[in-house]
Design a protein around this ligand. Structure first.
Ligand code: DX5
Ligand code: ZN
Length: 235
């Protein structure tokens, strides 16, 4: 999948966590022409201290938007639920490494159910243990906040890990996308792109803006500009 607006591999995934949950169809429509994905944060009050939406809402949302859904499962029992999101029609399903007992099993289950498989790692989780598993997933999500809530400050301490992750992907010639999630906005998106990210989740920066579509377009421009001059792109 390439970005809609340019030749760079930048993809924008607005997060509906900060949208109006009573008007999800409208909120999705507000970014439908400018986003590549709609990022859906599923929280179970166990893996993270917050509760959001689950499979029934995702099933309903799928009937009301053409945007591919990027489901980010912040839940304690991904084995029990992940395949269900893929079967419902989510195009990508991301599970947290910290919640997985058998990563290859869960990631293969997601792919077998017809979705792209994403692996998410929290700020304190190292990327190196997952190097040999690169063929098992399609996207690596590096959390740039502690998961659970929107509107938190971006954690710059994750950037060295993002650079190492990009180097790993390049060394293996893998086609794994690198997604950043948390505190991504106009102030921080360029640092993420420069360090190696190519898929950008933004909640507050999009749905906290007066015009969410314009916000996505502005963020994309920043990301594309930074990608063009990023060291990892000069290969
Ligand atoms: C938080 C979620 C994020 C959240 C980001 O755990 O995974 O997707 O929506 O929100 P902002 O962009 O406001 O940090
Ligand atoms: Zn998320």
């Amino acid at each position: 999948m390439t970005s809609r607006l340019g030749t760079m591999a930048v993809q924008m995934a607005p997060s509906i966590l900060n949208a109006d949950f009573a008007r999800l169809a409208d909120e999705a429509a507000a970014v439908a022409d400018v986003a590549d994905w709609l990022h859906v944060d599923v929280m179970d009050y166990r893996f993270v201290p917050n509760l959001t939406i689950g499979l029934p809402v995702v099933e309903s949302l799928l009937k009301h938007t053409e945007l591919p859904l990027d489901c980010h499962l912040m839940i304690a029992e991904p084995d029990r639920w992940a395949a269900g999101y893929a079967e419902a029609g989510a195009r990508n399903v991301t599970v947290h490494a910290e919640a997985l007992q058998a990563p290859t099993r869960t990631l293969r289950m997601i792919r077998a159910a017809g979705a792209r498989a994403g692996l998410a790692i929290n700020p304190a989780t190292p990327v190196e243990p997952y190097e040999d598993l690169l063929p098992e997933f399609d996207m690596l999500l590096l959390m740039t906040i502690e998961p659970g809530f929107g509107g938190q400050a971006f954690l710059d301490v994750v950037l060295p890990k993002l650079r190492r992750a990009r180097a790993l992907v390049q060394r293996h010639g893998a086609s794994v996308w690198l997604q950043v999630d948390g505190g991504v906005g106009e102030e921080t998106i360029e640092r993420c792109a420069e360090a190696g990210a190519d898929v950008f989740v933004a909640g507050t920066a999009v749905y906290g803006a007066d015009n969410p579509a314009a916000a996505v377009q502005r963020l994309r421009q920043h990301a594309e500009r930074a990608t063009a001059r990023a060291p990892w792109q000069q290969h």
